[in-house]
Design a protein around this ligand. Sequence first.
Ligand code: HEM
Length: 301
Amino acid sequence: MLQLSLTIAASALLGIDLQKHTEKIKLSLEHCMRYVYGRMESMIAFPDWIPSPQRKLFRFHLGSLNKVIYDIIDQKQQIGSQTDLLDLIIASTEYNESDYHKEFLRDDIMTLFLAGFETTATTLTWALFQLARYPQMQKKIFEEVHTITESDLKTGAYISKATYLSAFINEILRFYPPVWSFSRQSNTPTEINGYTINKNDFLVLCPYSMHRHSALWQEPDKFDPDRFIDNKIPPFQFIPFGAGIRQCMGSHFAYMEITMFIIQLCKKFILVQMDNQSIEFRPGITLRTKQPLYIQISPRH
Ligand code: HEM
């Protein structure tokens, strides 16, 4: 899934083909995320300048990722203007060839790119796993999507035809929110439920617990896409993409990518659950599992 969403993000957002770099990116990203998450979890934040084997490895892999991004910028400059998102970013700001601006551009691309593919890959993994686990839901989705044509995908007409699939995707994002926690820093002193919040305090918000809170949801531990059909969910109760002015910029892109992929997959294949698979979370920056999740896929006849 990571490979798929990496290829889609590179091509749709950056207008480039990254197929031959995917293994390297996956490996470096894995190391960097593990290191960053380790630091976030740690009770003691050792300063950056203290040497350690982990830090050395982190620097090496960060260097690899940076090189990929700088190569993308160079490649872009050689190809000239197209009409993808990266071109718009370059055109909309005053980037020039100095290292200073190149660094800003690197940061923008890295954010967009990393935010855009790991999250989508995690959502797709959970979606496929649940499709295999609940054949009735898969059947319902197939009945809904088998009449969707290539032209529907191009014009956007698929959206009105895939209402159950849309509810299914929302339920995936509720049940297994890929970004299961994120933080905010208070810019003013305030009070929440009797707790004093000082200026600059960090607050951690946890979509995973909010999405499974019994005060907010009926039978929160039941996986049930129907709860999203004809049901207005109050704002700030369902926050897989965050909320407020810093909420996810790519939510529409993500919905589109996930929906189109599941439509294409369910039209051609049947997904079947494999025995003896237990789910043990290994939450990092996204909600992953300790062991890989396997399913069986066979062609539809
Ligand atoms: C299912 C897929 C996705 C999920 C669950 C997700 C979730 C999130 C969340 C929770 C945040 C943090 C919001 C906050 O702090 O309030 C975020 C930020 C962001 N996301 Fe996504 N995201 C997804 C896909 C994407 C895609 C496809 C893109 C790019 C096209 C993207 C680009 C971004 C960017 C640039 C930010 C930072 C926004 C800012 O700080 O202003 N995301 N995302």
